[in-house]
Each structure stands twice: as C-alpha cells, then as structure tokens.
Design a protein around this ligand. Structure first.
Ligand code: ATP
Length: 625
C-alpha cells in the first residue's frame, strides 16, 4: 500500500543534479502534507521528495539529504545537542513588519484574526508589490540561517535575529514565508511525526537503490523490502538517534549494512526501553509463563542514562535525551567514585532519586522536581541525589543490547560499586510466586517507591530493546492497581475559558486546581494558542474555546475508561466510538516528555480492553487481586 501511493509529486523549481535543493520544493511538499490527515499519504509525499533529493545530489553529498530531513522534523541537530528553534512572537512580528513595510499593530491584528503567524507572514508578503523577483531560497541557505538564529545569544542577539529573519523573509515567494515563520516558531503544524519521516527516509533510500541497480522486483517483493527497510532504520535510529551519523552511513553503505556500522555509541543517548502497565499481580505470572523473571523496585525519580566516552568525559541524559550534566553537577562529581578500575567506556540506565541528606531515605519525585534545570551550583543544592542503576547497555567498547538481562546485570555489578547515598544497584528479588511478588511490592512502597518493575531475565526476550514498550518489562504501580493500571500522559490540545473569577485562565470546570496552578498552566499554554486544531487532530463532539499547539504533556489519573460518543481517543481501535476518562485527575506536568511520547491510541485501547477483561472476570468471581 505504501508503494502504490508513492507517486511523483509535481514540485516547483525543478533542480538539476548537483544544484542545491530549492526551498520552494520543500514548502510545496509541506503544503501537500498539511492538506491531508492520512498518515500513508503524508509518508508517500515525503518519500517522493526525499527520493528526489537523493537522486539529484552531487556525488558524495550527504548534506542535502541531512538538511532536508532536519527541516522536515523542524530540528537543526540531534536532540542531545540542544540547539532549538522557538523564536518569540514579538521578534517575529517585528521582522514581518520590517520586511513587508506593514506596521506592527496591523500584523498583530492579523495574527489575532488568523491565529497563525506563518499565514500572516505569507499573506503580508503576497499582498506586497515587488519590483524584483528575489533570488530563490535554497535548503542550505535556509538551514544555515536558522542555525545562526538558534545559536545567537547574548547582548545584541535580538537585533541580529530580527535582521536575519527580515532578510530571509525578503527572499520568500509563494508559501515559503509561511513555513519559514512556523519553523522559526518551533511549530511546523503539518502533523509530521518523526516516525513518518523515518519511514519515508527508509522508503526513499530503497527506491533509490532500486533505480540505480536497474533491478525490477515484483510489487509484493518491493512492499516487503520497504517494510523491512523501515524497520531496520527505526531500530538503528533508536540505538543511535543521530541523523548526523545515520544519514551519511545510510548513503554510504545502504540499508542492509546499516546495522553493522551504526551501533550504540557512548555520547549519543539511545531511546530508553519502556514498560507496559499491569493491573493485577496475577497478570505478571500469566505474562511470563514459566520464564525466569526478576522484580526490581520502581524508584520514583527521573530516568538517567549515564555515559562514559572514549575521551573520559562523563555525561548524564534524561528520558528525552537532554543533556542533564548542568542540572546535576553533584552527580557529575559523585559518579567517578562508583566506577571500578578497568571500567573504561560504558552506558548504564538508572533512576536519579532525591534522598534525605540525614536519614538517606528515599524522597518522592516532587523533591527532585524542585531543582533548577540549568546552571545549578553544587553549593546551592539542597536535595541530595542518589543513582539507582538497573541496566548496563555498553561496556568497554562493546554494545550489550543483545545480551541476556541476567548477564548485563552481572556485568553491572562487576564493574561498578555501591557508594552510600550516591550510587546503588536497584533493589531486586527474583520472585517466583504471587505471594512473593505481593510481599516485595509492599516492601517497595514502604521504602518510598512507586511499586515494582518486573523484567524478563533470560533469552532473547530479555534483550534491551531501545524505545520499545513490550511485556518483557512490566510496571506494577501500587496506587494504580485499582484503576486502569497506570496513569496516562496526555497532550493538552484544547481548553475552555474559566468562569466567574477565573475568566483570565483556562479551566471552566477545574475543581482541584489552585488559582496559582491555573495561572501557571495559563502561562505555559498561552503562547501555544491556535484558532483551529492542527490538521492531524481528530475533532469529535467537543468544541473547546481555544486550541493549542500539541506540546505540553500532563500526567493524568483516571478512575476508569469508558466509551464516548464525543471524544475521539483510540477511535476505531476498540469500536466506532472513542474512549474518555472517568473522574480524571491532574497529577503533574511531564517536562521530560514530548507530545510524541504521550500515551498513544493503541495503549489506550489496550488499557480499555484489559479493564473490560478484569471487570468480566470480577463478575464471574475470579478476580480478587
Ligand atoms: P513510560 O516511560 O512507560 O512512558 P513514564 O515515564 O511515565 O512512562 P513509568 O510508566 O512510571 O514512567 O515507568 C517507567 C519509568 O520508571 C522508567 O522510565 C524509569 O524512569 C523508572 N524506573 C524506576 N525504577 C526502575 C527500574 N528498576 N527499572 C526500570 N525503570 C525504572
């Protein structure tokens, strides 16, 4: 299906082999992608574009494909490098006004009407009479300018940014201004998930390989090959999430040998393995079906992936691949003490947990979240942090992902040593019966943990699977056993204005939120307001007063899930109707998650089905745990 839809798209600015890619071609593809909500169509449009970029690149050029991919996901470098777009509205309004000669107040009024600064920029440009046709923008020029803007900081950076943006806008034609401005804002609004880009990239490379080898394969064969390529690329990227490294390798050795050259590398944080929720202890034994497993304390802190590079540098990364070395100078100072002699390069997976300075007791996540995220000075730190290591992924030059967990755990213990209040191995017990699990669960909660993680110990199923959420890791959260087994991470996409005293905030019926909390949410969401929902959002019967750019993630607890004629979550997966939450309760903002990391429709459907199953068992009198 993917292939039959990969049709040639008619792109403007037809360019010759070796020429830089015209930005107009990308803008056209963006507009086509924006116009459809169908994932397959989005993928096929992107595939056609990337295929053209590959076909027409000069020999040995890897940059054009790299830049095209980065612009498609609206980033400039790998996540962990932390150069981000996200220019404030006022700077952009100033630049739009300067480059089009319209006053700032007129631009602001337009923005109010349109709700999208990109559209305002495009309309302002197109209503302007120009004598000379500007020189067409190219991908390298746009990329270079965006990077320069993102990197400029300090004293006179505002003026510098405005001046670069003004010049860029002056060169825009057609729809270009719309996408340049949206890129700058940090929100492309075309519903292009990173997964789509990865699949399109894999497909484009396969189609290009096929063209150059002049071999024709049957439609079935090709479809199979495309699927295989997408799965290889996704796998490689989850181990080595850096297009800077993966794309040149892909163009050099092709898809089949990619796994040989692109492997987990210290310094490049990999996407963490994730767990599935369980609703009952009995379920654990069902899922592991006589296989050897282990239970570990589920610590209530923040995930920390610790790397030691070839050159001796130590780095700590968050769940979202953010470099946390600046947030945790104390950890950086503590870490060398837990590394045994002979342990040179490594990557281990751990939870950073706040502990009481005097008693050494574990403290809840809230304590940790009080820490500043940047420029933390060791002498100002009030909350002490201890690392609880639970997995070893790389050791002395060797990735360990394909090794049994039992073996990885043994190596972890062999090469590191506990240091009181600084570094510990996650407390584990290789339980075998429901009673043992129950007892260990109680103990974990008494010690200040959220519950247990249950993990496969032996065989292929115990390998570390980056970015995958499988039953080989189960989470058993004490508080949620009564509900659906887990809290949900939801993206805020719409809101209602408050009533009565609360008209200046969102939340028409928001009991349980303090005025300060409502104010804080308002401030966090205000700049994300949009007048209509983003293209890929399924709108059901609910019509909020405002829509938001999907960005902020909230952790929410629910009593249970029910089918809904109004809401659209997981629509079509369980049945025609979508699924909604009963008695939702806000727990916290998840700064460490991006919209793409939120609980997905398949997960919601799974939770709903598990809940229905538990209910029917309960009725037959079989439940009880
Ligand atoms: P998810 O990562 O599953 O999307 P989440 O970030 O909300 O969800 P949880 O569902 O609570 O986290 O569970 C997984 C997290 O638990 C891990 O990402 C890790 O930070 C934490 N954790 C604590 N102890 C352990 C442990 N022993 N093994 C693995 N993870 C642990």
């Amino acid at each position: 299906a993917a292939l039959s839809k990969t049709k040639e798209v008619d792109l403007p600015g037809g360019w010759k082999v070796g020429d830089p890619v015209p930005y107009a071609a990308l803008a056209k593809v963006f507009s086509l992608i924006e116009a459809t909500t169908k994932r397959l169509e989005k993928t096929s449009l992107l595939t056609s574009f990337l295929l053209l970029v590959i076909r027409r690149r000069a020999k040995g050029d890897t940059q054009s494909l790299l830049q095209a991919v980065y612009l498609c996901i609206n980033r400039l470098c790998p996540d962990y490098v932390g150069i981000e777009l996200g220019i404030g509205e006022s700077l952009l309004i100033k630049a739009i006004s300067e480059s089009t000669g319209r006053s700032m107040s007129v631009v602001k009024a337009d923005l109010k009407k349109e709700g999208d600064l990109g559209l305002v920029a495009m309309n302002s440009k197109n209503s302007q009479k120009t004598l000379f046709k500007p020189k067409p923008l190219t991908l390298p020029t746009v990329f270079k300018n965006l990077k320069e803007i993102a990197l400029s900081s300090g004293h006179s950076s505002q003026n510098k940014k405005v001046s670069i943006i003004t010049k860029l806008l002056a060169s825009c034609q057609g729809q270009e201004a719309k996408y340049i401005v949206r890129s700058l804002e940090g929100k492309l609004r075309i519903g292009n998930a990173e997964r789509t880009v990865l699949v399109a990239l894999a497909h484009a490379v396969v189609l290009a390989e096929q063209e150059s080898s002049n071999k024709r394969s049957s439609k079935e064969k090709l479809t199979e090959r495309l699927e295989e390529a997408a799965s290889i690329l996704k796998q490689v990227y989850s181990e080595l999430p850096s297009y800077d490294l993966v794309i040149p390798a892909l163009l050099d050795v092709g898809i089949d040998r990619l796994q040989e050259v692109c492997k987990l590398t210290p310094g490049v944080p990999l996407k963490p393995m994730l767990a599935k929720p369980t609703k009952a202890i009995g379920e654990v034994l069902d899922k592991f079906e006589g296989k050897k497993f282990t239970c570990e304390y589920k610590y209530d802190g923040e995930r920390a992936q610790v790397h030691k590079l070839e050159d001796g540098t130590i780095a700590v990364f968050s769940r979202n691949s953010e470099d946390m070395s600046k947030k945790y100078p104390d950890l950086m100072e503590q870490l060398p003490r837990c590394i045994k002699d002979g342990t040179k390069t490594f990557v281990f997976d751990a939870e950073a947990v706040a502990i009481d300075k005097d008693t050494g007791k574990l403290m809840p996540f809230q304590e940790l979240s009080r820490r500043k995220r940047k420029d933390v000075k060791v002498e100002d730190i009030k909350v002490r942090v201890c690392l609880f290591a639970f997995d070893l992924l790389y050791l002395n030059g060797e990735p360990l992902l394909q090794k049994d967990f039992e073996g990885r755990r043994a190596l972890l213990k062999e090469h590191f040593q506990p240091v009181d209040g600084e570094f510990q191995f996650a407390k584990a017990s290789d339980c075998e019966t429901t009673d043992e699990i129950q007892a260990f669960l109680e103990e974990s909660v008494k010690d200040g943990c959220e519950g247990l993680m249950v993990k496969m110990l032996e065989g292929e199923l115990s390998h570390y699977q980056p970015s995958r959420r499988t039953v080989n890791w189960l989470k058993l959260k004490k508080d949620y056993l009564a509900g659906v087994g887990d809290s949900l991470d939801l993206v805020v996409v719409g809101g209602y204005y408050g009533k009565g005293k609360r008209t200046n905030v969102y939340g028409a019926s928001a009991p349980g939120f303090s005025d300060e909390a409502l104010q804080a949410h308002y401030e966090a969401l205000k700049s994300l307001e949009m007048s209509s929902p983003r293209g890929d959002i399924k709108v059901g019967g609910a019509k909020p007063d405002v829509w938001f750019e999907p960005k902020v993630v909230w952790e929410v607890l629910t009593a249970d899930l029910s089918l809904s004629p109004i809401y659209t979550a997981a629509q079509g997966l369980v049945e025609e109707r979508g699924i909604s939450l009963r008695f939702p309760r806000f727990i916290r903002v998840r700064d460490d998650k991006a919209a793409d990391d939120a609980t997905g429709p398949e997960q919601i459907a799974e939770m709903y089905q598990r809940q229905a199953l538990a209910q029917s068992k309960g009725k037959k009198g079989k439940g009880g745990d």
